[in-house]
Design a protein around this ligand. Structure first.
Ligand SMILES: Nc1ncnc2c1ncn2[C@@H]1O[C@H](COP(=O)(O)OP(=O)(O)OP(=O)(O)O)[C@@H](O)[C@H]1O
Ligand SMILES: [Mg+2]
Length: 565
């Protein structure tokens, strides 16, 4: 029998333990920036400055004007599990400071050449130097209240980790992002960041979140955001969300904060996106900045080594309320808000068109021929290119895309029918017989109930054929057979796949296929009915793909172009 060499059990030295802990806390320069800014905020700083050299690989310096420390505390702070922020485990419940583990400083100091200079109010300043976790010297220092920490040669003593550092530009970008996230949590604190002597960010103290967004990313993003503010029970959701029309497939900003801490939570972002319903195209991602506030005992923030995740006691509730909050924020976003005219003007145009609508009549957009009597003179409507309806609404020219508009109107009507009693269907004098491919027959089977609700009563005939007994009748030019064929092909082919909700997907597909098309001539009454119904829709400004259904050309713009101003 061979003898197996057995290693003896030993307790690791503090330095090795610190380096192992550092593996969890310090991944790259950006993690150092994050930890040091958090400490500065916890110390009550009003102004925080970050300097980077070589993306932080050579030097990271974070200076603050916070409470500072005296010499003894400064020494203690460099030991593991030394913290001023909690005393007992129960303090962890609802902890309001970013820090609570007492790990960040020793971890950083164990893998760098570390210098801490600090001074409390009315105290003597101190300067400590630590190299690879070993305290080299402690000196007196003269400085203003606050703390400056300088981290040089990150990972100089752990070459394997140093190798993983990326190009300077990449590390710089990550560090800027680390500052950005924290700067969003505290608009009232000034932040600045320089990289190799160049100022990359300079955010003055602000009172409102939107001003901070402006300072970080400029007006191009800030001007597309709407405020969210919603409370349900113990949960309050505030923040900013992007107008649907400005959502894009790439490059969005998506941030979630829980009790003031940045948290990565794709599910909350997804719940917020669900709040947009059909106002954005599948694949588009709106920018979202969501601040969730709830009692400390409803969420655990101590579940991730870098505190990037939180665990909610009732996650479903949180997601539901977030979705609702976004929905509510977008609701007043009628055409007016998103295309730049006052809603009162569109409202006036609407009453001018004479519209009080019978409930649930959206499907028969053009069915009723007699016009609603109108007290106010109706604005004149003009159809251009057999595609656009143009009219004056207050101080602007409104241009409506007839297909998009009708799609939106049908969509909302169909959603009501699908969740209510169904649509009035029209019995066909001669039942239609149609042929479908096997996959399409499967799609018909899978959607039979929904098809019945919108007005298609279908029966299998033989082989690949079906018989259609009744059909919806959304407008006089409606082609029942063609619409059904296109709808079924879409359903079978998985088009419109972006909708999570099956009902919404079905309604959107139908609305797209059943709506009047571009290139169809409308008479005055048809145009009027379409506009009236569009303006009374919940989300009139967009079709179901998130494209605008209406654009606004302000009179001012005309005056500018004609040189009248
Ligand atoms: N910029 C600062 N100004 C004043 N005190 C500071 C500063 N940075 C650190 N400290 C003090 O040093 C202690 C240790 O900091 P460290 O970041 O290691 O731990 P922590 O913030 O308590 O917890 P965590 O490891 O979760 O960040 C803090 O509790 C705080 O008392
Ligand atoms: Mg800390």
């Amino acid at each position: 029998m061979s003898v197996v060499a057995r290693a003896r059990v030993q307790v690791l030295t503090d330095t090795v333990a610190d380096q192992i802990a550092a593996g969890e806390v310090v991944e790259r320069p950006a993690s150092v920036v994050k930890e040091l800014i958090e400490n500065a905020l916890d110390a009550g700083a009003r102004s925080i400055r970050v300097e980077l050299e070589d993306g932080g690989k050579t030097l990271i310096r974070v200076s603050d004007d916070g409470s500072g420390m005296d010499r003894d505390d400064a020494r203690l702070a460099l030991q593991r599990h030394a913290t001023s922020k909690i005393r007992t485990a129960t303090d962890l419940i609802g902890v309001a400071t970013f820090g609570f583990r007492g790990e960040a400083l020793p971890a950083i100091a164990s893998v760098s050449r570390f210098e801490l200079e600090t001074c409390g109010e009315g105290e003597e300043g101190a300067r400590l130097r630590v190299t690879g976790g070993k305290l080299d010297e402690t000196q007196d220092a003269v400085r203003q209240r606050g703390t400056t920490i300088t981290v040089r040669g990150l990972f100089y003593n752990t070459p394997a980790r140093r190798k993983f550092l990326r190009a300077t530009a990449t590390e710089t970008r990550a560090a800027v992002e680390a500052l950005t996230v924290l700067a969003l949590t505290r608009p009232d604190v000034a932040f600045a960041l320089t990289s190799d002597g160049r100022v990359l960010l300079d955010c003055p103290p602000a009172t409102r979140l939107i001003d901070r967004v402006h300072a970080l990313w400029g007006g191009e993003l800030a001007d597309t955001l709407l405020a969210v503010s919603h409370r349900e029970g113990p949960l309050e959701v505030t923040g900013l969300v992007q107008r649907p029309a400005q959502a894009r497939p790439a490059g969005r900003k998506g941030y979630v904060f829980v009790r003031g801490r940045p948290i990565r939570d794709p599910f909350i972002l997804r719940a917020a996106e669900a709040g947009y319903r059909s106002t954005i195209a599948p694949g588009d991602r709106p920018s979202l900045l969501l601040f969730l506030d709830l009692p400390g005992d409803a969420v655990d923030v101590n579940v991730h080594p870098a505190k990037l995740e939180a665990r909610f006691r009732d996650k479903f509730f949180v997601e539901k309320v977030v979705e609702e909050a976004v929905r509510e924020a977008l609701a007043p976003l009628d055409a007016a808000a998103s295309i730049g005219a006052g809603s009162s003007e569109l409202g006036a145009a609407w009453s001018g068109l004479g519209g009080v609508l019978p409930e649930g009549a959206a499907l028969e957009l053009f069915a009723s021929r007699e016009s609603n009597s109108s007290v106010l003179p109706a604005p004149r409507l003009l159809q251009l290119f057999d595609t656009y309806i143009v009219f004056q609404a207050g101080q602007a020219i409104s241009i409506v895309d007839q297909h998009s508009a009708h799609e939106r109107v049908l969509y909302e009507g169909v959603m009501r029918q699908l969740s209510g009693d169904g649509a009035p269907a029209q019995r066909l004098l001669l039942p239609l017989t149609l042929d479908f491919a096997p996959a399409e027959l499967d799609a018909i089977d899978a959607h039979r109930e929904l098809l019945t609700r919108i007005g298609y009563e279908i029966e299998p005939f033989s082989g690949r054929s079906i018989v259609v007994h009744t059909a919806p009748n959304p407008h006089p030019r409606f082609e029942a057979a063609r619409c059904l064929q296109e709808l079924v092909a879409d359903l079978a082919g998985g088009r419109f796949g972006g909708w999570q909700n099956r009902l919404e997907r079905f309604a959107a597909t139908y609305a797209c296929r059943a709506a009047i098309k571009a290139g169809q001539t409308l008479d005055a009454d048809e145009m009027r009915q379409l506009i009236v119904r569009l303006l009374s829709a919940t989300l009139p400004a967009h079709d179901v793909h998130g494209r605008p259904s209406m654009v606004q050309l302000p009179k001012e713009e005309l005056e500018r172009r004609f040189g009248r101003t």
